[in-house]
Each structure stands twice: as C-alpha cells, then as structure tokens.
Design a protein around this ligand. Sequence first.
Ligand SMILES: NC(=O)C1=CN([C@@H]2O[C@H](COP(=O)(O)OP(=O)(O)OC[C@H]3O[C@@H](n4cnc5c(N)ncnc54)[C@H](OP(=O)(O)O)[C@@H]3O)[C@@H](O)[C@H]2O)C=CC1
Ligand SMILES: CC(=O)N[C@@H](CCC(=O)OP(=O)(O)O)C(=O)O
Length: 349
Amino acid sequence: MKKFRVAIAGASGYAGAELVRLAAAHPAYELTAVTSEKSAGQSVASVFPSLTGVVSHTFEALAPHALAERADAVFLALPHTKSQEPVALCRKAGKLVVDLSADYRLKDVAAYEQWYQTPHAYPQLLQEAVYGLPELHRSAIAKAGLVASPGCYPTAAILQLAPLCKQGWLQPDSIVIDAKSGISGAGRSPALPYHFPEAHESLEPYKIGQHRHIPEIEQELGIVGGRTAAITVAFTPHLVPMNRGILCTAYCRLTKDVSLNELRALYRDFYKGERFIRLFEETMPNPRYIKGSNYCDIGIYQDRRAGWVVTVAAVDNLVKGAAGQAIQAMNLMMGLPEDTGLTAPGSYP
Ligand SMILES: NC(=O)C1=CN([C@@H]2O[C@H](COP(=O)(O)OP(=O)(O)OC[C@H]3O[C@@H](n4cnc5c(N)ncnc54)[C@H](OP(=O)(O)O)[C@@H]3O)[C@@H](O)[C@H]2O)C=CC1
Ligand SMILES: CC(=O)N[C@@H](CCC(=O)OP(=O)(O)O)C(=O)O
C-alpha cells in the first residue's frame, strides 16, 4: 500500500494523542512529526506511556512551514482560534489538511466571530473548507484540500436528526437536544470543573442555550434539510464523570403522523451501507458500546402519547467525535477505503 507522510499538530492533547494512537496502526500512514509546545523535546512515550513501543517520535514545537515540508497530509488538533493560521500555511504549501478545531466549521464568518469572539483572518479559506461529516458530505470531502472536522456534540446531534431533516418531517422549531459528555471532551489542560472532587459523582449542565456548537448543529441540519426553513435547536450539554463518550438525546415533533416502523425504515434507508452507523431498536445506545471505536450508534423511539419522537446517539468523543472521524475524512481525501485504520470495535466494558 502506498504510504502518505502524516504530521499531527497538537499531538499532546487528548484528540491529538488519539490521532497518534490510530495513526500508528494505519497501514497507509508514515508518521513524520508530532507537535507540542509544552512537551517539545520530550518523547511521546514519556508523555503517554500507553504509546511506549508504539511510536518512537519526539514532540517538537509547531512550525507550520517545517511541518508541511515533511508531510503530505497534516492533522491539526489545536485549540479553537489557534488553528486559523497554521491551517492556512499548510494549505498554501499544498498539503491535505484536516483541522479538528472549530476554526473552519462555520460558513458564516460573522457567526464564527460572534460565537468564538475572534476575528477570522482567512474568510476565503473558510468558504473552501468542507464540513467533515462523511455520512453527509462524502463526495465533497473526497475532492477537498481542507476539511473542518465536526465537533463531538454536533457529530452525534446531526447524525441522529439528519434523516428527519432531509425527509422534511421535522418541525424545525421543535428540536430539544440534551447531551452528556465525558470529561476528555474538555481537553487536557487542567481547570477546576474537571478536578476529580468537582467532577466525580457530579452531573453538571453548562452553557444552556449558549454553547458554541449551536450554530454548527443548526448550519448542518439546515443544509441537509435543503434550507427550506431555519432550524433552531435548544441545546443543553452536561459534563458527566466518565473519561470518554457522549450520549445525546434529541426530542422533536413531526410535521405528520408517522409510525415507529416508518421512522425506523427512514433511518435504515438513509444510512444504508454506512460503515460507521449502527441503528438500534430494542437495545438503546450507550457510550459503553462504542468506547475506542469509530461507530455512531443511533436509536429511534417514539413517545406517541406525548407526541414526541426521541432519538438517542452515542459516540466516543475522541474517535467518531474527533480523531477517528478526522481519519475517516482523510481516507476519502487520500482515495483510500473509508474505514482504513478504523476497523477495530469498541472495548468493553
Ligand atoms: N476533546 C475532544 O473530545 C474533542 C476535541 N476536538 C477539538 O480538537 C482540538 C484539540 O482538543 P483537545 O485535544 O481536547 O485539546 P487539548 O487541550 O487536550 O490539546 C490541545 C493541543 O494543542 C496544543 N496547543 C495549545 N495551544 C497551542 C498553540 N498556541 N500553538 C500550538 N499548539 C498549541 C497543546 O500542546 P501543549 O499544551 O502540549 O503545548 C495540545 O497538544 C480542539 O480544537 C477541539 O475543539 C474536537 C472534537 C472532540
Ligand atoms: C465536555 C466539554 O467541555 N466539551 C467541549 C466540546 C468538545 C468538542 O468536541 O468540541 P470541539 O471540537 O468544538 O471543541 C465543550 O463543551 O466545549
């Protein structure tokens, strides 16, 4: 198999380290560089003992030009707002780029600047970037030079609602999304809410109606629905005391009376042949079933008495919600089978 030289910026973070783990087992990758500012000069194994004997690399400080010289493809797993320029430089050097931050996800520059409180220096590149959800944008991703990999909550929220949006069955102002994330979703930098006594035996809602994933979810559901009506979602994320995993429950009302069988048939048809979507009926999705895997498990249920459709999705925030999905997109960009390097099932329990 042809090998692509691959560099990972932000490899000392949780998403970046997951990229290193998956890249090390990818048959078409030759990992050429990994970056960290704080751990520059230290071996990967000394920072992540789990990768001892797996990779022999040493972290280096990020220098986008130097990185691009040694790579055909670059993944960037830097914090939001820090990715704008390195992405632009890697693209200028002609490299395939998948950016895991939110810097190239929103098409509307004003929305980015409002939700991220930062000017965008590369609005034109923003328009070129393809939103990296392969189940919705496969052919555009395959032709793209720059892919903006989705956020973890949006991955679960969009995939579980897309069939209803596409079909026009969803009342566009009836969507309530209640999501729970493991703490690795917040990244590796320590902060008080993620301190063990604060987070353990706790379940904390945050940023109700104010989370920066709201415009991302609304943008993508609007696109899949053909922009026939503006989509608004009421979104509440919660922090739960797990290391990884997201469980996202969405409640919505429909524009017509549809049976549960019809609903499930719609989802089976929409996701026919999708390698990483598993549809559950009696079993209900649970982050325990997808830990370490690139699956998104989706269940469709109906509360006919109260008049709500309830969908439930589970993803591993670091795999389908981040590193796995980024590799899935890069596989398409490289012309490889989409599941290359991503075939491992989850670990259990
Ligand atoms: N965690 C998750 O579940 C998900 C994360 N993402 C996205 O992936 C990106 C990384 O997230 P996550 O891994 O959680 O974050 P972390 O905080 O764990 O990691 C951030 C990484 O970026 C590096 N970094 C920080 N600031 C700079 C800078 N100014 N210049 C160069 N490198 C820098 C850090 O290096 P060091 O500190 O060693 O210097 C580290 O390697 C974010 O944009 C996030 O939105 C996407 C989906 C899910
Ligand atoms: C638990 C937690 O804090 N989660 C993060 C989302 C992480 C994620 O995947 O989204 P991005 O890629 O957009 O960062 C948050 O709420 O901001």
